[in-house]
Design a protein around this ligand. Structure first.
Ligand SMILES: [Zn+2]
Length: 287
């Protein structure tokens, strides 16, 4: 696979840490220089989303680098910046272990996903696909537009303690700025044609978005046939850990091959935030 050739050229999935110039460098603060560049394009694509605009501004102002290991790992996120405080003090943080759920008469998620040109970036934390406008979900009366999807290994969510091999998060925003994330669990099995295509097209350079307008993808191909779900109030699972995110974790996983998992792990061996306390949050489950 093309991805293999690219993966061999990169020995580490993590961006290089570089001390900031000037006083802040003397204070021992570090910024992820890659992160400063990465969201320039995303700022345009996501400008209608207050949550993401906040993230972009934070990055451009030199918000601290964060990661999944060492001194900037998840247990430190809340101390890296006051903007990241929710990571530490929030009571509606994601991910969670879905241990018990209340069955309820919940509306089906109506997926209206359309084919789109492939815009893909390795942003130093995950592989992310920015999606063209026009694809959405509707839950009850509320419509959320799909902005992007990205991956984690292993799954951040647990269901009754069980983690899956990977997960894909589909990030949506409504016209009022509220965010809904659909999580599709990925488990090892038959190979996944869409993921194969994505991995083959990951840009060689981090934080450089590839605009492959000749490649059409349809994210609907990542959905399981049965779209029953768990839902609860949560947060973004990366800094600034913003809350008021509605989560829909699909109960049924889809498969990808062992080789596809291995290809991802060459870039990101572990980019999953540990589960957070639920603080007696209600989790509901569609019947
Ligand atoms: Zn995610």
């Amino acid at each position: 696979m093309l991805f293999s050739r690219r993966a061999r050229s990169k020995r580490s999935g993590f961006p290089v840490l570089r001390p900031r110039m000037g006083n802040s460098g003397l204070n021992g603060k570090f910024v992820c220089s890659a992160s400063l560049m990465l969201l320039r394009g995303a700022a345009i694509l996501l400008a209608t989303n207050a949550v993401w605009v906040t993230t972009v501004i934070a990055q451009e102002q030199g918000a601290p680098h964060w990661s999944y290991e060492g001194q900037t790992s998840p247990s430190h996120w809340g101390d890296l910046s006051s903007d990241y405080a929710p990571c530490k003090i929030g009571h509606r943080q994601s991910p969670i272990d879905i241990e018990a759920a209340q069955k309820a008469d919940l509306p089906a998620i109506q997926f209206d996903y359309k084919a789109a040109p492939l815009h893909i970036i390795d942003n130093g934390h995950t592989i992310m696909i920015n999606y063209a406008p026009g694809s959405s979900i509707k839950v009850g009366d509320k419509r959320y537009e799909l902005k992007q999807f990205h991956f984690h290994r292993p799954s951040e969510e647990r269901i009754k303690g069980k983690r899956y091999d990977m997960v894909v998060h589909l990030v949506h925003v409504a016209s009022d700025g509220s965010t809904a994330v659909v999580a599709v669990l990925l488990q090892q099995g038959a190979d996944n044609a869409l993921i194969d295509e994505l991995w083959a097209d990951v840009p060689k350079e981090k934080n450089k978005e590839g605009f492959l307008d000749s490649v059409q993808i349809n994210v609907a191909n990542l959905l399981p046939a049965d779209r029953g779900y768990y839902t609860f109030a949560g947060s973004l699972t990366t800094p600034p850990c913003t809350e008021n995110v509605t989560w829909y974790v699909l109960k049924h996983p889809v498969t990808l091959s062992a080789a596809e998992i291995t290809e991802y792990s060459k870039l990101y061996r572990d980019d999953a935030r540990p589960t957070q306390p639920s603080y007696d949050r209600a989790v509901r489950e569609s019947k």
